[in-house]
Design a binder for this molecule. Sequence first.
Ligand SMILES: Cc1cc2nc3c(=O)[nH]c(=O)nc-3n(C[C@H](O)[C@H](O)[C@H](O)COP(=O)(O)O)c2cc1C
Length: 381
Amino acid sequence: MATPHLFQPLHLRSIKVRNRVVISPMCQYSAHEGHLDDWHSVHLGRFATGGAGIVFTEATAVQKGGRITHGCPGLWCDSQIPGHARVAQFARRNGAVPAIQLAHAGRKGGMQRPWFGNGPLNADDHARGDMPWTPVGPSAVPVAEGWPVPHALSQQDIDALIADFVTAARRALVAGYQIAEVHGAHGYLLHSFLSPLSNLRTDGYGGDLAGRMRLALEVTQAVRDVWPDDLPLFFRTSAVDGTPEGWSLDDTVILATELKRIGVDVMDCSSSGIAGSATAGAATKRQPGFQVPYAERVRRDAQITTMAVGLITHPQQAEDILAQGRADLIAIGREALVNPMWALHAAATLGADTDFRTWPEQSGWWLASRQKTSEFYEPDA
Ligand SMILES: Cc1cc2nc3c(=O)[nH]c(=O)nc-3n(C[C@H](O)[C@H](O)[C@H](O)COP(=O)(O)O)c2cc1C
């Protein structure tokens, strides 16, 4: 039987990814002053032992003020490297490629952890010790009514930002990550420069499409310059803002073409978030695979490897997306929280591993042995 597409390896520069299942970056809001702890090691470690090809660490701030919440991790200082190194080394030892998403929250810096409201920090949060800071953006335009007015970045701020992306990328490399992704989606800083809804600048970083793309391209180029040639670089985009006046899929194709030219290997195609939560302000109706058309169009028209994400939950659904040539990688987010071993179960469902051969050796041997004996049975339906 032919290997299902989902379990065919993918070569990205010098890296061989064992299959096409990627665990999407997912904030845990559980870091301490930007440092990862055991929570992150366990949370992410489950996905590596669960068979995923690539495991992403959540949005990681390149500056302290670039965190979304007080619980978001960072790589703005050296003391944050060891926590990331534990995550990266464990993933590698267990056959997964460790990846990091480098981010700056921009106008959305200083939000509440979701379970405290998911809005801007308020008096209750201050009482808990989560004090506000002034967020930054392209222009002094808040995310929405009631949100803080951001400081519009000066040229000096932009120079410092690019330098901090570079330093964070260097630290990520020291930690052992093998893939870096620049976060250009969900209304955070780089997306807010791309979108005409939030970028009202009249200097070289605003105005027409080229001006609005400039910061994302300069940041990505600077990261590419220090990220080794033999390691892949991803870019996460919000492919559409979802309003006629906003960022469009045509714009994304042009951006992807430029990013490919400067050495981006994979476009990770998400959407929305410019005027609120990416999960609340959906550009299109949320239904299974609703963002796959973005990955498909970018892949075809920019001729770049793409990753599809968003309500992909069933193995056959993922397999069909790949088989139909609509994307090259499948990112799994919330379904991996339901089942951290999603990849191993998908391999069984699609017939790529029916005898626990690809399970961790600590358990696979026993499970295969059980399967061969009368101890193993399917309970009556
Ligand atoms: C708890 C949680 C945290 C998230 N954090 C991030 C993040 O750090 N960076 C990012 O780009 N997307 C983040 N997302 C979005 C996911 O990566 C993914 O794109 C989204 O959940 C859709 O995929 P799904 O339907 O498989 O969950 C987060 C989603 C969840 C559920």
